[in-house]
Ligand binder design. Sequence first.
Ligand code: HEM
Ligand SMILES: *[C@@H]1O[C@H](CO)[C@@H](O)[C@H](O)[C@H]1NC(C)=O
Length: 324
Amino acid sequence: MACATKSSLCLYLTLFIVMVTISSPVSAQLSVSFYANTCPSVFDTVRTAVRSAINREARMGASLLRMFFHDCFVNGCDAGILLDDTASFTGEKTALPNNNSVRGYEVIDNIKTQLDRACGGSVVSCADIIAISARDSVVELGGPSYSVPVGRRDARTASRDGANSNLPGFSSNLDVLISQFSNKGFTAREMVALSGAHTIGQARCVTFRNRIYTETNIDSAFATSRQANCPQAVGSGDDNLAPLDAQSPNRFGNNYFQALTNRRGLLHSDQVLFNGGSTDSIVTTYSNDATTFNTDFSNAMIKMGNLSPLTGTQGEVRTNCRRF
Ligand code: HEM
Ligand SMILES: *[C@@H]1O[C@H](CO)[C@@H](O)[C@H](O)[C@H]1NC(C)=O
């Protein structure tokens, strides 16, 4: 740059560049050492709490993983999903994909209380607690570990419309899934890797009824066995649960992809990933190669955690995760 000479113009130019760099919100970065001084036990505390929540109920690991996805896909990873509706506020919690479906809110409240005690005050954001809990859940259930940079802050807003429009639905076709993930910056391959989260957890009859009674790209023995606990009549047994991955619903692995290649995907949106379309080869790869799946899943999770976080002085660190 034309700044080789020792002029005052040069000094001002340098100062200007430094100030723009410091103040620009887009340059704000999450970092694993963000709480190194203010709450050094953050990762230990969350890991221990997630472990005991999963020991109480194995499914909780899946629920916390899903909460992270549903938080990050709506206005970024900002804990918007945790805000309770009030008389004057309507948030994401009661949006269609979340209402009576996303779970684990008490676990997050409990972790927040423990962290505030361990760190001598409200230091760690609810958004970071969700992100760390998702990773720890994956690890606790036998999946890969990956780093969770932190320093997110909590939103003072939430968007029900955003939740209803950005979160994928169980009857979506492949082109819709590809485009919804592409809207958030993910490739089709990353979308398939992230869908591998369905290696754990449960779904309600109401989300797979149509598939097990009317679809033809389904293993017939599998359909019959799922019908036993999910009556065809709309409104009967709607909340009955079935594992998204029948083989090992509490063990994180690549069985989900093997199930898809055998036409044993539970949701319509699962089986479309392997139904003669452009993502078949990715499903085949993951079904044969757990290491590649683990690597791709980890990288995509880190990427998800970077979806427009609030940093610096944006938003706040909530004291109660349910209220701003
Ligand atoms: C590709 C589009 C996706 C669709 C259409 C979808 C849809 C669903 C549906 C309908 C359920 C069952 C909800 C219920 O019955 O209440 C579910 C459960 C679940 N989803 Fe997804 N999902 C998708 C992607 C993801 C991603 C990217 C993740 C995480 C990275 C994820 C994690 C989970 C988990 C872990 C569960 C089980 C939760 C529990 O047992 O509490 N899903 N999903
Ligand atoms: C959410 O679920 C509750 C309880 O089932 C129900 O009363 C309420 O109407 C639902 N809210 C929305 C917005 O669908």
